[in-house]
Write a protein that binds this ligand. Sequence first.
Ligand code: EPZ
Length: 419
Amino acid sequence: MEKIVIKGGKPLSGNIYASGAKNAVLPIIAASIVGTGTSIIKNVPHLDDVTTMNELLIQMGVRLTINDTTNVEICADHIHNPRAPYETVKTMRASILALGPLLTKYGKAEVSLPGGCAIGARPVDIHLKGLEAMGAKIKVENGYIIAKADRLQGCQFYMDKVTVTGTENLLIAATLAKGETILENCATEPEVVDLTRYLINMGAQIKGIGTSILKIQGVKTLHGCEHNVIPDRIEVGTFLVAAAATGGKITINRANPEDLESVLIKLREAGAEISTTKDSISLNMHGKRPKPVNINTAPHPAFPTDMQAQFCTLNAIADGYSIVTENLFENRFMHINELIRMGANITVAGKQAIIKGVKQLNSAQTTATDLRASASLVIAGLVAKGSTEIFDIHFIDRGYEVIEEKLNQLGANINRISY
Ligand code: EPZ
């Protein structure tokens, strides 16, 4: 077993590079299934979730090699097992992204129904309704989604909720469907845009990239291509909040400020001085204590739910009251109890966390509960005086590449200890 030990109290300073985006590379690797020939996906982060997705495709029969530190070469011409088994799906919900690609290319798919997770029930009803609207026959047996379709038919489909992977699954499925598909109320997250760019590079006919209405003209085949994954805006946002919380000054290279507009606005409101170029973001907190900022999570371009936990930590030491409202997931305040154990003054009432900033957090032994909650605890450890320990750190390895190395490069004192 391993734990992270952080000796806090030092402002972060220096430069780091952003890694490729987890939530872009996962749908892109899944989408490579619909290609004929080889795709080379570049700037792929080394994350447990990416390893799981790679293994999922390999056990289907996909030829997948990591041909240097960040490039993955994929040929999906010989899939003999269009199936995503329970043991894989239960460790990574994004395995549901294999459903649309398998169904549209092979006419059948067996994907374990993803259960809920720490942050909520995480239903996939919209994924299934959309595929049925395209003519798929879908039943759920023994916890598996069994889907069949001779050839999916284009249709007009309105998604009742803005769903990122729902949009991605249906978009990929529509690329090889017969005729035109119009998807309405689509997610417009940068990761959805990156997937759309990859599909268009494969020869897909898609109009409305980056908007909530996507029009897809189905084609007979798609070819492999090279694709550079966008930087991970949530990793970037996490490091910026860590720098703001510790009163530091950092620059993150290979970061796209346009993908983080709402987060940069909130960091400026918290008192950070921010400057940007087309591929970097610099933050200087000038040693100041942050001002409290109210947060309301919502689909892009509004404030991202994946940055909510990190801002709870920033607000926990801010100079005044703030309210953080989580509108997407019903149980995404698991980090709050751990922050309270470190001296934070937070009350949760339904979808809202009411935070009264305190001057100082105290180090403690804490436990991670989900990916972004673990990031909020790392930030709390960087701020607290003394030595904070974080257990169950496998969560953090799902979504942050070599987080200790990057933080130590910025002057932190954080180590991974086996015990
Ligand atoms: C994606 O999850 C991300 N994961 C999540 O990031 C992110 O928090 C979430 O989008 C919201 O931005 C990946 O991209 C791999 P949703 P996803 O479908 O697609 C409801 C992280 O930390 N809904 O956009 O599963 C759902 O209950 C992870 O990196 C339905 O009701 O989220 C939620 O309330 C965590 N029916 C809302 O939509 C459906 O069929 C948004 O969920 C699908 C979703």
